[in-house]
Design a protein around this ligand. Sequence first.
Ligand code: GDP
Length: 627
Amino acid sequence: LFASLSSLTNLARLRSPILCVLGHVDTGKTKLLDKVRKTNVQEGEAGGITQQIGATFFPMTNLRKLTDQVSHSVKVDYKIPGLLVIDTPGHESFSNLRSRGTSICDICVLVVDIMHGLEPQTIESLQLLKRRRCPFLVALNKIDRCYDWQPNKDSPIQDTLAKQKSHTVREFESRWQGIKGEIASQGLNADLYYENKNPRKVVSVVPTSAITGEGVPDLLLLGIQLTQKMLVDRLMLSEALEATVLEVKVTEGFGTTLDIILVHGELHEGDTIVVCGMQGPIVTTIRTLLTPHPMKELRVKNEYVHHKSIEASMAVALPPVTSSLQAAMGVKIAASGLEGAVAGTSLLRLEKEDDIEELKSSVMEDLEELKKDVDKSGKGVHVQASTLGALEALLDFLHNSSIPVASINIGPVHKKDVIRASAMLERAPDLAMILAFDVKIVPEAEALAKKAGIKIFTANIIYHLFDQFKSFMEEKKAAKREQLYSNGVAVFPVILSIIPKNVFNKRNPIILGCEVKEGSLKVGTPLCIPELNFLEIGKVTSIQNNHKEVKVAKVGMSVAVKIEPSNDQQSHILYGRQFDHKVKLYSKITRDGIQAMKDHFAEEMTSEDWKLMSKLKQLFIRGVQHW
Ligand code: GDP
């Protein structure tokens, strides 16, 4: 009896799971969160949802009304007091939700656009979720875009699918199967949730529409079910403080404040707290604890309600008072000295028995960890972001695409950051740039960057920043290739034999029928004759195959090659006098040329080309003759 009593009390002391939404840009993350909020507001008369700092709390009384529609097919025992949904979707928010190296996000919804399938950021998110071992559901969103979809507002998905015409169901089914395959190629099994026999191992997929609300009740129910099944230990309320800094921002009347998620425990006015700062650990005293005013919509004078103390379990007890259920919650902390605090790190409280130095080094751990990730070679771009989570997400992106990073910082871009980036002008000029995510650039920094020639990329969506950077690098690369090619440094290896019966012009320009013996011949190639003391005869300016102009001639092709002189001396070279069909023509190979080919044309060179290149290197650079 005692055992079952104690397990009962334990059950009653579960906190609300923290839920975060992830996915590629434009899949409908924001819209879906809006929809969840709206359907709950409509449903809820008394005891509506509570807007918190950085998050929205959905009490179980509300969720139940919605999910009961679905649960006729799935029986659920509601044990958690509600759901705490993080307001800002995305990779960065998810990364910010952590405490002492582990994620405090209990469950994620990964949104996939049924029309687009898995997109680059979806894949990044999948990897992130796997790495952090965070349970998640997939919302297969925008189902209403299947042809001829008949909307059924806020309906459970199986009900609305049953009402669709057969061709619409077929389209839905074929798109879903395609996406299922894409998920499988990421090493994960997925099933529509109502067909999923093993939700612990197989990812449950919920078709949704953020516009019509179809599937939204299912999504909420699944979220509740999954956390209750998998996370009971994690959700057991404990008294030990667990809190994480979600955002650092200036709040009118309070100076720099911290928006935190209080997962477990209590905070009080006057508590000494320790948080990570860019310039080292920050130790300060809580001046006041704030939550949003419940009647914010009425434009009340004081936007915030002050609290002498707050415990995670108060979330739903705050006005409007509903019950004393337990929950994690979002709170704003005002204190002095918070400038430079880093979001995405844990907040610790100094207790009597604590060693302050230990706490100080503990709050800095996450940041130190990230600093370790910067490139050891000392060559790379400078990266700056608003929060640790954003910085981490950005570093992930850059790492996956092999873009080296030399230095990092958090907060607005100042002159000193530009100076740091300009150190690269000497070491690796191509990387002398700043990638700034969701941060301001102070005007002096902008002016200095312009003067020094440091390009600053800015964006509020990581993926856009990444795109900008990539296309800039592509353009730069293309320009560099063009330059190396047109000034004759970059040369593809080739050996040509002359077809004596096809000599069209003997001098200036020389036009000869040639057969490509090895390698490939490209317009722009400087030609010479190693057998005749490396006599240079000019540069290929045109190649014709059956009277048609071509840019390249491959092995075995016979083509007409026009060779124009590059200087006065070459203009006197006459076919039949200085050389004839008995010799072979070679592309002129230099040390710089080989390097340029390695650095800039590797993708266009085949392994055969490289073999020829190494043979020609022996000949041109080491003087080893092979004829
Ligand atoms: P986010 O970038 O993932 O937050 O995407 P948004 O929520 O901003 O949505 C991107 C666009 O898709 C907006 O124009 C939305 O109106 C639209 N959208 C989102 N969800 C749905 C949906 O379920 N159905 C349809 N038809 N459009 C949607």
